[in-house]
Each structure stands twice: as C-alpha cells, then as structure tokens.
Design a protein around this ligand. Structure first.
Ligand code: ATP
Ligand code: MG
Length: 230
C-alpha cells in the first residue's frame, strides 16, 4: 500500500549551515499544520530558500530534524518523500520536450486526459491549445515560444498533476504582464487548495491569500501572524 501523508511539517531544533563555520539556521523551530498556506517573506539572504530546500530534502540538517507527519524526513522512503513533497522553483524549469511531457514529468504514467485536466485546473489549457502543435509543441529548457507567465502555468499544471500533500513554491520575481499575473494568481488559488503550502512570496497578492505569514531575518522567524495582523 502507498503511504499517504497528511502534510504536517515541523522543524525541531534544526541547525543548518552550508559550511561548518557559518550557521544559516542557528536553532530553528516551526510547526506547520496540515493544509496551512504559509507565505514566507524576508530580505535577501535571510534563509528562505534554505528553509524550502530543507523541507524538500535537498539538504539535511546538521542537528535537529525536519518531519513530515512526525516522521524524520531521513526515515521516509525517497519515493514516498518525492510523492508527498514537491517544490516548484523560481525559474519554473522546462525540459526539452513537448508541453505534455513537461506537465507529466512527475507522473510519467499520466494519461492525456489527466494532463489536460491538470492544465485546465490551473487555467493553462487555453494558451496551450493556441500553441502551434498544442500539447505536442516542443519547448526548450528556456521555454522557447512560451512566456514567463505561461512557463509558470505549465509548472503549476505539473505540480497539480503530481498532487503532493506539501507544495513548496519559490515564487518568481520576474514581473508578469497583467493578464498573466491574474491567471497565475487564480492558478495559485486552485493549486493551494487541500494541501500544505510554503510559498516564498514576492507579491502582495500572494501574501494576502496565505493563512499565515512568516517574516524571516538572518535565519530566524521575526514575525508570525495572519496577513491582516502584519
Ligand atoms: P533571496 O531572497 O535572495 O532568495 P533567501 O532568503 O532565499 O534569499 P538563502 O538562499 O536561503 O536566502 O541564503 C541564506 C544564506 O545562505 C545566504 O547568506 C547565502 O549566501 C547562503 N547560501 C545560500 N546557498 C548557498 C550555498 N549553496 N552555499 C553556500 N552558501 C549559501
Ligand atoms: Mg531565495
């Protein structure tokens, strides 16, 4: 049977540094209840991406532990971990291949109907159908003929199809045109429903849809509240 997580994440007294002489997270505690949407903000170098990478197990803590449903990430089967936690990076990388391949990268067995349903859910179906070869259009790593906003939507469709219990999103800083901005924002709402999410947020509109905002400075949480409180 497949293990199903609920998506509760904790940092228990986590220490982490890229090098031994310079701790980035000195002693970090955080409880993220299942289903909560967190917007993570703070100045450059504060440790936001580092936090995201610890949840997605790009790195392991040097002390303490990060848990999913109370289980140390190091004790989870890599397959379960990859299924449960998905990170969407700032660059929204595309791979050389078709749009359909790009959406299905985390679920190669997905049918065409599932791929289209995922694209529809995040509002990407319309522009994809407008591409020269629709879902069969080749894109290169940089996106080729798709815009930054469209690239985001493709990566959202990919995440929607993968359907993780925990979604980590490093929001793009690149400015989008107004129609894309609105599409991406709507897509985000759909993507966030019924899962835990940690978004490194650069847009006020994203912060406002979060349940909880964490302000990070120098590896510590300096403010923790609702968007209305902060
Ligand atoms: P930004 O808003 O600019 O993306 P951030 O809050 O995401 O910043 P991090 O990328 O987590 O910040 O970086 C935190 C600290 O860790 C910074 O001082 C950074 O220089 C350092 N750092 C990040 N990645 C590495 C790495 N791979 N090797 C060494 N140091 C790193
Ligand atoms: Mg960062």
């Amino acid at each position: 049977d497949l293990w199903e997580s609920t998506g509760a994440v904790t940092f228990d007294d986590v220490e982490f540094g890229y090098t031994a002489d310079r701790p980035i997270l000195p002693s970090f505690d955080l409880v993220i209840p299942a289903g909560q949407t967190i917007a993570l903000v703070g100045s450059t170098g504060a440790g936001k991406s580092t936090l995201a990478k610890l949840i997605s197990r790009f790195y392991d803590p040097t002390a303490g532990r990060v848990t999913l449903d109370g289980i140390d990430l190091r004790d989870l089967h890599p397959k379960d971990l990859r299924r449960a936690i998905v990170m969407v990076t700032q660059e929204a990388y595309l791979f050389s291949g078709t749009v359909a391949d790009n959406i299905a990268i985390g679920k190669p067995e997905a049918s065409r109907d599932e791929i289209i349903a995922a694209a529809r859910a995040v509002g990407a179906d319309e522009f994809i159908r407008g591409l020269p070869n629709g879902y069969e259009t080749d894109v290169n790593k940089r996106g080729g003929r798709v815009s930054a906003g469209q690239r985001q939507l493709i990566s959202f469709a990919r995440a929607f199809l993968a359907n993780p219990t925990v979604l980590i999103l490093d929001e793009a800083t690149a400015s989008l045109d107004i129609p894309s901005e609105r599409l991406v924002q709507d897509a985000l709402q759909t993507l966030l429903a019924d899962r835990t999410a940690v978004i490194i947020a650069h847009r006020l509109s994203t912060v406002s849809i979060a349940d909880r905002v964490l302000v990070m400075e120098q590896g510590r949480i300096v403010e923790d509240g609702t968007p209305e409180e902060l």
